[in-house]
Design a protein around this ligand. Structure first.
Ligand SMILES: Nc1ncnc2c1ncn2[C@@H]1O[C@H](COP(=O)(O)OP(=O)(O)O)[C@@H](O)[C@H]1O
Ligand SMILES: [Mg+2]
Length: 251
């Protein structure tokens, strides 16, 4: 536990009904870090982010954000504290324009000038959104919709953003474009990021640390360069499943 961790998750357990889907998950996100949780479908990745963002009821464990215990707090309280959540599936309002989608969370704000500054800042990072300002959200490509939901999260001025499966269904080139922008947000704005990805393949290039989650437990964690293909594969699929002939490059 380091003082410069923006998020600390300790012994997180939760279930939907009787069966537990998280069995004591612990990790931390350093300030300005990009941490990636990877793991197969059903591992508990979305449940973990949902618990941190306040949408899932936690059975036990603690979630500390900037030194404050936020375990069990309401989603809007957590968001107001500076932690934004971008759920899986790119939930844009398809009949609202790009601009309306970005403004949707700001209507109650009284600092109208600051809203305009925040909007310009989002356009600095996502020039594609500015080009498509008046287009309906539903007419955007998958990559643009991903940028839109991240941009919308940034309108709340978060210090930590959780993003569930940003790469899903996007072409590799677009995935790189999204991650390049996230890297800029880290270095230029000091943003911290926790992302879920089903595949570790592309996120290895960007993450400070990879956390392999399977069956509701952390199987392996470490710097991407320190994780060998076989170790990673076994953590992801279970020990002894690595196929040397195919070099195990499937994770
Ligand atoms: N709302 C829910 N109700 C019941 N079971 C759920 C619900 N959400 C997820 N689960 C179950 O919890 C487990 C973990 O799911 P999830 O956190 O979505 O994993 P991942 O995001 O890694 O695919 C799975 O077995 C899934 O079926
Ligand atoms: Mg998921």
């Amino acid at each position: 536990m380091m003082v410069n961790d923006i998020l600390q998750v300790r012994g997180l357990r939760l279930g939907y009904g009787r069966a537990m889907v998280l069995n004591g998950v612990s990790f931390e996100v350093p300030a300005k870090g990009l941490i990636a949780i990877v793991g197969p479908n059903g591992a508990g990745k979305s449940s973990t982010l949902g618990a941190i963002a306040g949408g899932n009821t936690v059975s036990s464990g603690t979630i500390i954000f900037e030194g404050k215990d936020i375990t069990g707090a309401a989603p809007e309280v957590i968001a107001a504290a500076g932690l934004s959540f971008v759920p899986e599936g790119r939930h844009v309002f398809s009949s609202l324009t790009v601009e309306e989608n970005l403004r949707v969370g700001t209507f109650r704000r009284k600092d109208r000038n600051a809203v305009e500054i925040d909007l310009e800042r989002v356009f600095d990072y996502f020039p594609r959104l500015k080009e498509r300002l008046r287009q309906p959200g539903g007419k955007m490509s998958g990559g643009e919709q991903q940028m839109l939901v991240i941009g919308r999260a940034l309108m709340c001025r978060p210090r930590l953003v959780l993003i569930d499966e940003p790469s899903l269904g996007l072409a590799p080139r677009i995935v790189d474009e999204v991650y390049d922008i996230l890297q800029r947000l880290r270095t230029e704005e000091g943003l911290s990021l926790l992302v879920n990805e089903q595949s570790s393949r592309r996120v290895m290039k960007y993450a400070d640390e990879i956390i392999v989650l399977r069956e509701g437990a952390v199987q392996l964690r470490g710097e991407p360069s320190a994780l060998g293909a076989e170790t990673l594969h076994d953590a992801y699929f279970g020990a002894g499943t690595f196929d040397h002939d195919s070099a195990g490059g499937t994770v």
